[in-house]
Design a protein around this ligand. Sequence first.
Ligand SMILES: Nc1ncnc2c1ncn2[C@@H]1O[C@H](COP(=O)(O)OP(=O)(O)OP(=O)(O)O)[C@@H](O)[C@H]1O
Ligand SMILES: [Mg+2]
Length: 346
Amino acid sequence: MGVFSTGGVGIDLGSANVTICLENEGIVLREPSYVLTLRDDIDEIIAVGRDARQMLGRTPRDCTLISPVMDGAVGNIELTTALLKRLAEKALGKRRALEKNRLVVSMSQGATRVERAALEEAVRTTGARRAALIRTSVAAALGAGIPIEEPRGSMLILIGGSTTEVCIMSMNGVVAARAMRTGSLALDEAIMRYIRREKKLIIGQRTAEDLKIDLGTAVSNPNLSRDKVALRGRDAISGKPATVEITAEDIHKAIMPPLEMLVENIRDAFENIPPELAEDILPQGIYLSGGGAQLEGLSDRLGEMLKLNVMVHENPQDDVALGACLAASNDRLAQKISLSGCLIEV
Ligand SMILES: Nc1ncnc2c1ncn2[C@@H]1O[C@H](COP(=O)(O)OP(=O)(O)OP(=O)(O)O)[C@@H](O)[C@H]1O
Ligand SMILES: [Mg+2]
């Protein structure tokens, strides 16, 4: 073996986070999908990932924070390449070079042909030894250990930051799918609106996200009014700093409308699947994946509303990167998935 070892690298290139999984090591990195560039010259990259977000507003030059992967698709090829390459190099460290590794990057179901071509270009220019794109839902299924090689339909709901995919897979491919450009970020936005309307307090998206993660639940119970935090923000009328009390019940009320909508969409997708597939899925139940699947009580609520058994893998936010890494580390598996069109060499 030379100075650099070779191996598989799986990357979940999401609109909220980039998650990286290395062969034999597992998940080694998750950072926000941001690039910090100069405002006048967006090709001048100052930082990527977590550094980019932390440095915003703290640099002497006029900078702007860009999320190149908006809505699960690729907006700007150069910035996407920089984000992928720099974070992959960070994950690999000094012992491994990207040029010696096999890279597999997730590609969202809802991506248009133009967006896919942009992503192919971005992945190609990272300089990996060999690279491929994999459908996000198939990667999630592999990562979650769902038996998609069987000639029997399995249903997966993948909830990311700004995308949701409902997908039925069989024989290593996708047989029916629906992609929506809404996800867990919609819950943050609903929390911001609710607190502004009901508590007259202005808060930012990251505070709203923290509230969702710490207090949010999809199922109501009488104790919710006891769980509370003192929240600092800006008074919506005077503009001055202010503090109000927020309970878990407030957060529950805020997130229910977008959650109900999500459930309706899923129900609708389910009702439109061919009867043979529905027969496969009913006894088995459905799988839930993605960061958004971690909302407390969501799997129970979905199960209750859809009258189905709902299963969630241990760390659902890791599933896509894990699955991409499996495909990057196992050529036979990659070949099978490419036969169904869900893995594309670039
Ligand atoms: N414990 C939690 N409870 C609720 N939501 C959570 C939790 N942890 C993470 N999330 C949410 O999951 C979302 C991110 O999930 P993920 O990393 O799968 O998205 P992504 O892949 O970057 O986005 P997309 O797939 O839409 O492009 C964020 O909106 C985040 O707030
Ligand atoms: Mg995702």
